[in-house]
Design a protein around this ligand. Structure first.
Ligand SMILES: Cc1ncc(COP(=O)(O)O)c(C=O)c1O
Length: 435
């Protein structure tokens, strides 16, 4: 590294110290966000380093991130994308690839999922002409169960696509086993659960494919960004092709002829020797991330274990301090799991002398940020009114989530002092409204 660059990065670190808000926490004045990016001087320096090198497209840092991230999770392949939603689009679309021959998903095939969740877990199913089959969730864990999934399996069922809700793993080992028994693909939307474990195995490694989001609310951030994970080399090749315009060639940007057949193949009805770099085997997209994102991701990755530990500690402090408060259903970890929590979900009893709306307003007025559990019951949103889907069982709990649940933050920037203020504010709210 040149002396000038080293000096600029040193200045960048100093600048970071100047601009970060070191102000003390003032209850009721300082905002307590439900989520947010936790960025330090190294992150700022990593981003400036990439900018100084003008690494503005996908390149060497993207590849380094992909291999470091795959190694960290113990999975064969990781493909960086421009968002978690793009990762979900690639994961579902990859299952329709002609490269899977008879195993490929075809229009009208069904994918089992939950109604209470984030829209872009489900949207790629519809965008591929497939049919989502919605099942309900449990209250407390906010995940569905292998039993509900098994009841939903029909003659056209080909896949299961589920998010680990709020970082709380579903019974991934049992659901993967069920998928294997019925020859279904499993997609784990791990966007909210990076660092979680189920039966000692990290989430994101149970499925045929898994996805991650690096949006600032998530466990690691690149600003915008995402990743597709897979242990399957055929699926990895398909994901890469779909991500990179649908091309058949797998040379990294700036490379040529790694297969030594660049001008030797005859594919489709193209003339023999047509440049492999411009041969397309999928109807693809361009959903790549950039090296600026990857540089930040690499710096963030070194802090994943610390972030996970703080998320767990914050969640536990809230859980223990709120225990026993009347009229509130508190969250429960799935048995045999170690969640890396995304947030802390609270469901207000239907019989409580107050509503979710009252409670959320009280907290927000006191600068405690709240969020709904994403869409609640997706089938109640205008976008899905005219879509084709099936519901198996009822969606009673998904409706409870829609009407009575919300969540507050556990992300690593929250301090004990902030959490204690959140607890005191919730106690004040509930006790002021009688039993
Ligand atoms: C479960 C889940 N899946 C997918 C996404 C989409 O990720 P992104 O915002 O990076 O597109 C989110 C976003 O928060 C999410 O919570």
């Amino acid at each position: 590294m040149s002396d000038r660059k080293a000096a600029l990065l040193d200045e960048t670190r100093k600048y970071h110290q100047d601009v970060v808000d070191g102000g003390s926490f003032v209850p009721g004045v300082t905002e307590i966000w439900p989520s947010g990016a936790v960025l330090d001087a190294d992150d700022r320096a990593a981003l400036v380093d990439a900018a100084l090198d003008m690494r503005i497209a996908a390149g060497v840092s993207s590849r380094r991130f992909e291999s470091a991230f795959a190694r960290k999770l113990g999975i064969r392949k990781a493909h960086l994308t421009n968002s978690g939603s793009s990762a979900n689009l690639l994961a579902v679309t990859s299952l329709t690839s002609p490269m899977l021959e008879d195993a490929r998903l075809r229009p009208d095939d069904e994918v089992i999922t939950v109604a209470a969740g984030f829209p872009t877990t489900v949207n790629p199913v519809l965008q591929n002409g497939l049919v989502p089959v919605f099942v309900d969730v449990d209250l407390g864990t906010y995940n569905t169960t292998p039993e509900r999934i098994e009841r939903a399996i029909g003659p056209r069922t080909r896949a299961i696509a589920l998010a680990h809700t709020m970082g709380n793993p579903y019974q991934a080992a049992e659901i993967a086993e069920l998928a294997a028994q019925h020859e279904l693909f499993l997609i784990e939307d791990n966007c909210d659960a990076l660092g979680s474990e189920y039966r000692g195995q990290v989430t994101g490694t149970f499925g045929d494919l898994a996805t991650v989001s690096f949006y600032p609310a998530h466990h690691l951030t690149m600003g915008e960004g995402g990743c597709v994970l897979t242990p399957n080399l055929v699926l990895a090749r398909i994901v890469e092709s779909l991500r990179d315009w649908g091309r058949d060639c797998w040379c990294a940007p700036g490379e040529s002829d790694t297969c030594l057949k660049r001008f030797k193949l005859q594919l489709g009805t193209l003339p023999a020797g047509y440049d492999h770099k411009y041969v397309y085997s999928h109807v693809g997209y361009n959903l790549k991330g950039t090296d600026m994102q990857a540089a930040l991701g690499l710096s963030q990755l070194s802090k994943l274990d610390y972030f996970t530990a703080v998320r767990r500690r914050n969640w536990r402090r809230l859980r223990e301090s709120l225990d026993g408060i009347p009229h509130l259903l508190l969250p429960e970890a799935t048995p045999n799991s170690e969640p890396s929590w995304f947030g802390f979900v609270i469901t207000v009893d239907a019989e409580a002398p107050f509503s979710r709306r009252d409670m959320v307003r009280f907290l927000e007025d006191r600068k405690i940020g709240t969020r709904q559990l994403f869409a609640g019951n997706l089938t109640r949103h205008p976008a899905y009114e005219s879509q084709r889907y099936r519901v198996v069982g009822d969606l009673t709990n998904s409706d409870v989530v829609t009407e009575q649940s919300f969540w507050i933050g556990v992300y690593p920037a929250l301090t004990d002092e902030m959490i204690d203020y959140v607890v005191a504010t919730i106690r004040e709210f509930v006790s002021g409204r009688g039993r």
